[in-house]
Design a protein around this ligand. Sequence first.
Ligand code: HEM
Length: 389
Amino acid sequence: MTESAAIPIGGRAAGCPFTPAPELYEAQQDPELRRATVPSPLLGAFDAVVVTRYEDVRSVLADDRLRMGGSMPYQAGNLLSYDGPEHTRLRRMLTGSFTTKRARELRPRIEDVVTSALDALEEAGPGADLVQTFCTPIPTAVICELLGVPYADREEFQRRTAIALDFTTSREVQMEKAAEMEAYMAGLVARHREDPGDNVLGRVVRDFGDQLTDSELAGIGNMLLIAGHETIASTLSAGIALLLRHPDQLAVVRDDPEAVDGAVEELLRYCAPAAILPRQAAGDIRVRDQEIKEGERVVASALAANRDLGAAREDLDRLDVRRPPQRHLAFGFGPHQCLGQQLARMELRVALPALFSRFPTLRPAVPHDEVDYRTNALVFGVNKLPVTW
Ligand code: HEM
């Protein structure tokens, strides 16, 4: 195994955040796997085997001897803290609420939420920040409704989420924010225990409440609240910033309803907002005939793997929203594959064409190079995107 330079925080190239860091591309070409230092204020910098090729990333994410436990601080109820049968048991309690059918049923409601956000953008006028007026309110309103969380509480939980997911936040502050989120969710769980609402949390309480502790329920609520708004907001902001740099591709999303589903997959492939997926080996395993020893940490790069899909690098480095569907790994793979992916797809498929149809001349109000990208957080996105039209 080759020892490599430290991987930059977030795994993205300096100056071009849509591109994997050069260290990841170099690792992909190396016949040997590489071991590198991965900076993490949460866990402290740690050494890990860095997996970057598409087939290797899939095999690592599918292998149940590579565990989540140990790679993140434990949080009761958070699926990302569990492995094996315990993970399957908890996940089964939630899958019924996140099916393709359920996402399709939510479409009319998502369309209403998107229309309100577009009205707010129009009212705010040219110069408005698209992240604040459009990208964040849409998934926040949807997940609040799905969970029965009051929309009025959004500023508090959005602020805590941003701090908790920032790679540069100290471990102490991360734990403090996690405790605040848990305390907030405990109140909501108590209300649902008394009177389970007709929403995802209410359904879990009604169907499985006797098998779950309050702290597990609070953890489930928090995981869904955080994953449900921050990831989609980030993908929307990154995807829109990217399309604004490629007006020909934007025109396809705006003008060809048939192309929207494929375009969303291409944006997910290209942005891979959750770029680095950590694991720890619970036994000796082999990847491409090389040994990873029990206890070793592994990080899988979805961003790098999404540029290794059997076509030429130059082709895959190009954004092409008409590309035939690719088996990208933006939602991960294997037992921990994203639970909310159908909901995410539906929100993106509704929001993107609606935005560009309503504001056909939309463009950034700052030069492309000055867009404020968020590369130092668990989920890549844009902090601020002032637009005009
Ligand atoms: C575009 C938006 C999204 C992206 C890019 C994304 C990405 C991911 C990825 C890569 C994973 C796997 C993590 C790993 O294996 O280490 C994951 C897991 C997860 N996601 Fe998403 N996600 C998105 C939206 C959502 C939404 C909307 C929800 C919920 C409403 C959600 C809930 C979850 C949950 C609960 C898990 C953990 C699943 C498990 O451990 O079994 N995600 N997501």
